[in-house]
Each structure stands twice: as C-alpha cells, then as structure tokens.
Design a protein around this ligand. Structure first.
Ligand code: BJW
Length: 255
C-alpha cells in the first residue's frame, strides 16, 4: 500500500499526486538492504530468524573478532559466500536495473548488501558501501582480488606475499564504509531518495534519509514493514520487495 507518511508531512494530498510528481525527478539515489535479497534466499540480519539471531555481532562482524578468532570469522563468511555464489536476482533487483537503464536522469544505487545480486541483475552505477563477499582483502597490504572459494589462514596474498591476512572484503562495525565521499555528494544532489529493504538501524546508512531530506529530496521507503527511520520519509510503501519495487519503478517510468 502506498501512503504519504503522516509523521513527516501533512497527508492532505492523495498518494497518486506524490507519485505523478516523479516525472520531474532527475537524480535518484537508492539505498538497499538485506530485505531486497530475502526473496532470493539470503537471510536478513534483524528479522526473527535473521543472521544476528544465530551469531553474535561481537564474534563475527568486528575487526576485534577477526583478530581474536580469525577462523570463526572466516567460517562465518565462507558459509555466506557459499550461499551467495549461486543466488539469482529477484524481481526487485531486476526492476532497479531497469530503472537505471530506462530513467532519463541519473540513478545511483548504494547497497549495504555484500551479495552480487544488483550486478547480476544488470545494475552498473553501484556502490557496495559494506563491501563484497565475492572479493578478498589482504589485511597486510590492502590488495583486493575476486574470490569465490573459501578463505583460510594459510593463504598468501598475491600482491605482498604475506600469509594469514586474507579476509573477506566486508565492512565491520567500527570500520568506515566505502566510498562515503561519493555517497554524500550524491545525497546532497539528489531529488529522489528511495530506501528499500533495510531496517534503518545501522549508521551511517540510516542517516542518508536525513541528508537527502536536507537537500530537498522526496524520500520514499519501500520495505516489508515500517523501518526505525520511518518518521523521516515523506512516503512509504510496505510489502514484499518483489511486489512493491517493480510496481513503484513502473509508476516512476510510465506514470
Ligand atoms: C523485507 C523483506 C522483503 C525482509 N521485502 N523488505 C551508536 C549510535 C549511532 C551509531 C553507532 C553507535 N554505536 C556504533 C555506531 C556505528 C555503527 C552502528 O550503526 N551501530 C548500530 C548497531 C547502532 N556503525 C558502524 O560501525 C559503521 N561504521 C561507521 O559508523 O564508521 C564511522 C563513520 C563515521 C562517520 C561517517 C561514516 C562512518 C559500519 C557498519 C558496518 C555494518 N556491517 C554489517 C555486517 C558486515 C557485512 C555483512 O556481514 O554482511 O552490514 S551489519 C549488517 O547490518 C550488515 C548490513 O549491511 C547492515 C544493515 O542491515 P539491513 O540491510 O538493514 O538488514 P536488516 O536485517 O537490519 O533489515 C532488513 C529489513 O528488510 C527489515 O526491515 C525487514 O522488515 C525487511 N524485509 N524481508 C522487503 N521480502
């Protein structure tokens, strides 16, 4: 269901009015999260059967965890890499790729997801702000390389020849997400901000809606349920990504 968000703006206009105004938009920034990939078979983090219900963040998703018990961290990501290798994009990923290809203005997709589903759907202007599971990073020299197999401590970096430092190229808690300058510049210039499939509980991604609003953008949440940041959005559509995202993209492109 599409609703103007009463917590943010007076809802005296029917939803259709907000959507039809989209024809005027020129620069779209899309933030995506784990909910977008849920229907491709990948777990979310904070849903009741999500990843954080089975693993403690402190044990697997911090630099300290990797320093303390690298094998446990590598196992956790080896298992997730195994799942990510075979997944296929769903209708929501495909709709966002279509939006990028057909929209007359610019579309930047910023994903918190480390899976390869946006690129498999054909999205090109893409930032993986929390890294990529199918890439390895050498903790000694910072070299990156595509990586589909399991990682282990006995691996040697192809660039610096040191061992024991090959880890998944992902951003853990306490680390700076990737390409923040580009993201902040795009948020400052956008006129439409879409937040899709994210609970809005991890910063700095959770603050993007405020930055886009500050720049005067129209802000829309597409999520299964209201996120933590719902009051910041001007418009919200709640439902499964595979249903609400293609419908929203169709309206955006064809009115
Ligand atoms: C569906 C659906 C369907 C389901 N259809 N929808 C105190 C206050 C403020 C900040 C901090 C603080 N203490 C520490 C911080 C900073 C910290 C932080 O935010 N902590 C919070 C816990 C409070 N952040 C960091 O440390 C970040 N770095 C940082 O801040 O650097 C400093 C800095 C300063 C200034 C500028 C910039 C930076 C780094 C964060 C790294 C996050 N890493 C993880 C794991 C690594 C990657 C991996 O293993 O995959 O990234 S955590 C995890 O959460 C993962 C995700 O990308 C991220 C976000 O999760 P997401 O995508 O929102 O998933 P869920 O599960 O939470 O939500 C899914 C949603 O989908 C739900 O709403 C469902 O309803 C919905 N859904 N099915 C549509 N079918």
């Amino acid at each position: 269901m599409t609703v103007p968000n009463a917590a943010c703006k007076p809802s005296h206009k029917p939803p259709r009015v907000i959507i039809s105004a989209m024809a005027a938009f020129q620069r779209i920034v899309i933030l995506t999260g784990a909910g977008l990939s849920a229907e491709s078979g990948l777990s979310t983090f904070r849903d009741k059967d999500g990843i954080w219900a089975k693993h403690r963040i402190e044990d697997v998703a911090t630099p300290q965890a990797f320093a303390r018990d690298p094998e446990a961290v590598l196992d956790f990501y080896n298992s997730r890499r195994g799942k990510a290798r075979g997944v296929k994009p769903n209708a929501a990923h495909q709709a966002l790729a279509r939006l990028e290809a057909e929209f007359a203005g610019t579309v930047l997709t910023v994903t918190q997801n480390i899976d390869p589903l946006h690129e498999r759907a054909g999205t090109k202007n893409l930032i993986h702000m929390h890294g990529e599971i199918l890439q390895a990073l050498c903790a000694h020299c910072g070299a990156r390389e595509p990586w589909e197999k399991d990682l282990s401590l006995d691996l040697v970096c192809g660039a610096c020849r040191q061992g024991g430092g090959m880890c998944p190229d992902v951003v853990w808690f306490g680390e700076m997400p990737y390409r923040m300058e580009e993201i902040i510049a795009a948020l400052a210039a956008c006129d439409l901000f879409l937040s899709i499939g994210t609970s809005g509980s991890v910063y700095p991604a959770a603050s993007f809606v405020a930055q886009a609003r500050g720049a005067g953008a129209h802000t829309v949440e597409l999520n299964l349920e209201p996120s933590e940041g719902i009051s910041m959005f001007a418009e919200a559509v709640h439902g499964k990504a595979s249903q609400v995202v293609p419908a929203y993209v169709e309206t955006l492109l064809n009115g």
